[in-house]
Design a protein. Structure first.
Length: 248
């Protein structure tokens, strides 16, 4: 079952790239070859809310692909302060940078935000497969660059925007990623205030004050362990204005 799921994902990734290979093989033919290469590589694992998939500093021995749920990658400094490096959802690799990291160690701790299903493959077996079948390499490579661009966006926000703007950017982005196509379509976001604070590099108290102000304006509703964004465009406009009068 796991390999069939991977092949469906690869077919979706391959849409728009239907040209034949130098050997004349079509995308479908190449994916049939990949199916054989993936036999016995991937296995399914169910993980519960707050369950740890791997820990910071442990050897990175596997590749992880999320089928269902959301997983955060958290990194702690020498003082025990924790920050969120990234949050991945269904359809994403989880920290594929380990494929290219010579240290061979996980850069953070992976924790499930909700019950999730993950495909797991031994790193060496996956490397062997993508060396023979470039479509796998392209798949992982694209995901790596997406994560790097995401980190660059966050660095830009941290350097040039206030806490309120960073929080607005995060909630607006999450609303877009989870399907808010209309500018003011309400969207539910399952993140705690502590997780929001860790994501943007702020204290929980500051995040709470900002959320209460937005609640009074009618932009959001605050629930236990989740938020309902009522006006995503208002948050986007706040970031675009570069926070005139925003809280530091």
């Amino acid at each position: 079952m796991a390999n069939e799921v991977v092949l469906q994902v690869l077919k979706r990734e391959g849409n728009g790239h239907q040209e034949a290979s130098p050997q004349g093989a079509s995308v479908t033919e190449r994916l049939d070859l990949v199916r054989r290469a993936l036999e016995d590589i991937f296995c399914l694992r169910h993980i519960g809310r707050d369950e740890i998939l791997f820990r910071q500093g442990e050897p990175a021995k596997h590749i992880y692909y999320i089928l269902r749920g959301r997983i955060v990658l958290e990194r702690a400094d020498e003082h025990g302060h924790s920050s969120i490096l990234c949050m991945r959802k269904a359809g994403d690799f989880l920290c594929p940078l380990s494929l290219f990291d010579a240290s061979g160690l996980h850069i953070g701790t992976a924790r499930a935000l909700e019950p999730s299903i993950v495909l797991i493959a031994p790193k060496e077996r996956f490397v062997e497969a993508y060396q023979s079948y470039p479509v796998l390499w392209e798949w992982a490579h694209r995901q790596c660059f997406m994560q790097i661009h995401g980190l660059m966006d966050r660095l830009n926000m941290a350097l040039h925007h206030t806490v309120e703007e960073r929080l607005a950017w995060l909630l607006w982005r999450e609303a877009q990623q989870w399907g808010a196509d209309d500018k003011n379509e309400a969207m539910e976001i399952h993140l705690t205030q502590q997780e929001l604070a860790a994501w943007i590099g702020a204290t929980r108290e500051t995040v709470s004050r900002i959320l209460q102000r937005w609640k009074q304006k009618g932009w959001i509703q605050v629930r236990r362990g989740r938020l309902i964004v009522l006006q995503p465009q208002a948050l986007k406009d706040l970031v675009d204005r570069k926070g005139e009068g925003a809280e530091e």
